[in-house]
Design a protein around this ligand. Structure first.
Ligand code: FAD
Length: 499
């Protein structure tokens, strides 16, 4: 049986926690990008006194401790904040924001600090308000499939706790070991489960949020149907910390699947990848839960920079398919038939498939650890775009051709099932001129192809200057108006999202 041939292939086990490469430190964002500081007050002794009276030891001012809050995960952006506040409750967040608003102190909300667009770190000396101590899981209802928790719950911890009740979080991503559910909501994170469960606008049932002036907005319903006026929660999903600080989240949680299969497959060209996608939707139907793609350069980079290897040798393209269902025999048979006929028709040329939990995790690591490999490379430029499926990899090829030897590696991978590509260019060091011409090239290409310049990472600092370019006048003006109403002093996450 062809399926047996697939199963026989070994899965190489991966390093679970790749340690942070601290070989290089980015230069300060304000210098790299020539940003002008806003008219905010500088944090001073009397402000610190207030924060210390409120939070005691939970005020971080020690230089060596501040570093990890000032620098982003990809080591691309760096702020110079001298104060990190670590509240535990909504009331503390409320008092902090009320005080900062009155004293015109800028605030940078921070969750797990895994933002890829420089949204979570300050640009100057903004006070960092970290939700890392707000990690209570308040209530789980296994029958309704809902959870209420504080915003600072680490996604993986939340998911583990939910699985004890027979549920899973509706969102999952490679940064799960660090990112917070509040950060996920604030960025409207996509990730690998979006194909199956949809985006967070559908799965967030309610939110508790603190406005810039300290007012607490309780919109924390757990009802699936609730048409009693405007859906206020939706305003904050994807608002990237510019409209309010999310303190609690109510989520709709799918049932923990009883059967999960993951296949890692090699394809000879992109056309075959697309045909495999179509076939997987037709053959796997309701059990298909993820469809990811990686090009050869992504896997080469991963292999070079980490200990992780492709378990099936080298191919121009790799596909990772996951199914989640409730009946092992039924799902196994469907997967087996799909793989057999994909091999017979040469859509895929090799692969490995498993339903053993540790091996499932190991295969997912191949896809999820590519960012770790990228981080080891030195400096990287990362673009998260949505493109029509037919031209998905065209931008990768065009970037290679256009920039030639100026780039070390140009590679692409992403959530093909959602049309979401991560285009990565690595270089040994930051080069302003190169960055500017690369960015202009990628933005123009994406717009020419009628794509979106932000699929799931948000605008952050990186794309703020394009907000008016990618939105027509009506929505752009409405965003500005909402910002004026919600945060008239513009203390919340300045220099982000808005140009
Ligand atoms: P942070 O990075 O701390 O903050 C992100 C933004 O949200 C900032 O603007 C911040 O100010 C704001 N914010 C954070 N918490 C709050 C809050 N409580 N209230 C208001 N605003 C807040 N993203 C995806 O969508 N899909 C992926 O598959 C994916 N994979 C990734 C893989 C890796 C290895 C890495 C490093 C990142 C990945 N990302 C992905 C990007 C990132 O993980 C997501 O954007 C994530 O949702 C950010 O969560 P966080 O808690 O780290 O937020």
């Amino acid at each position: 049986m062809l399926l047996n041939k697939l199963i026989r292939l070994p899965v190489f086990f991966c390093v679970k926690n790749v340690c942070r490469h601290m070989g290089h430190k980015p230069d300060f964002t304000m210098n790299n990008y020539n940003v002008e500081r806003g008219y905010y007050n500088y944090p001073q002794e009397q402000h610190l006194l207030f924060f210390k009276q409120l939070l005691g030891e939970r005020v971080v001012t020690d230089l060596s401790d501040l570093e990890k809050y000032n620098v982003d995960w990809f080591l691309t952006y760096r702020g110079s904040s001298s104060v990190v506040l670590r509240p535990k409750s909504t009331e503390e967040v409320s008092q902090i924001l009320e005080y900062c608003n009155k004293n015109k102190l800028a605030v940078c909300p921070q969750g797990g600090n895994t933002s890829v667009v420089g949204g979570s770190v300050p640009v100057f000396d903004e006070i960092i308000l970290s939700t890392e101590l707000m990690d209570d899981i308040i209530e789980i209802d296994p029958t309704a499939g809902t959870v209420i928790c504080q915003a600072g719950c680490i996604l993986e911890n939340l998911n583990n706790r939910l699985s004890e009740e027979g549920l899973i979080a509706p969102v999952d991503l490679g940064a799960k070991g660090s990112c917070h559910i509040g950060g996920n909501v604030a960025t409207n994170a996509g990730g690998k489960r979006l194909l199956r469960y949809g985006n967070l606008h559908g799965n967030v049932l309610g939110l508790e949020v603190v406005k810039a002036n300290g007012e607490i907005i309780d919109s924390l319903a757990t009802l699936k149907k609730n048409n009693t006026g405007f859906h206020i929660k939706n305003l904050f999903i994807g608002s990237e910390g510019t409209l309010g600080l999310i303190t609690k989240v109510a989520l709709l949680c799918p049932t923990l699947p009883k059967s999960v299969n993951v296949a890692f497959l090699g394809c000879q060209n992109y056309e075959r990848v697309l045909q495999t996608l179509k076939k997987s939707k037709e053959d796997l139907g309701e059990i298909l839960s993820a469809f990811e793609v990686m090009d050869a350069d992504s896997i080469d980079l991963l292999e070079r920079e980490t200990h992780i290897k492709s378990p099936i040798g080298k191919y121009p393209f790799y596909v990772l398919i996951e199914t989640s269902g409730s009946n092992e025999a039924h799902d196994g048979e469907k997967v087996s038939q799909f793989l057999d006929s994909s091999l017979e028709t040469d859509l895929v040329v090799n692969g490995t498939v498993t339903n053993e939990p540790t091996k499932v995790e190991a295969i997912w690591s191949i896809r999820e650890k590519i960012p770790d490999g990228i981080r080891q490379c030195g400096y990287s430029y990362s673009y998260d775009v949505t493109l029509p499926l037919t031209s998905f990899f065209q931008i990768v090829d065009d970037t290679k051709t256009h920039f030639g030897k100026q780039a070390d590696v140009v590679c692409g991978f992403g959530h093909l099932g959602d049309g979401n590509l991560h285009l990565i260019v690595t270089a040994h060091s930051y080069d302003k001129q190169f960055k500017e011409s690369l960015e202009a090239f990628v933005i123009k290409k994406t717009l020419d192809l009628r794509g979106s310049i932000s699929a799931e990472h948000g605008m952050g600092f990186q794309k703020a200057k394009y907000l008016n370019l990618v939105n027509s006048k009506g929505p752009f003006n409405m965003m500005k108006e909402l910002k004026r109403i919600m945060d008239p002093n513009r203390i919340l996450n300045p220099y982000k999202v808005f140009p």
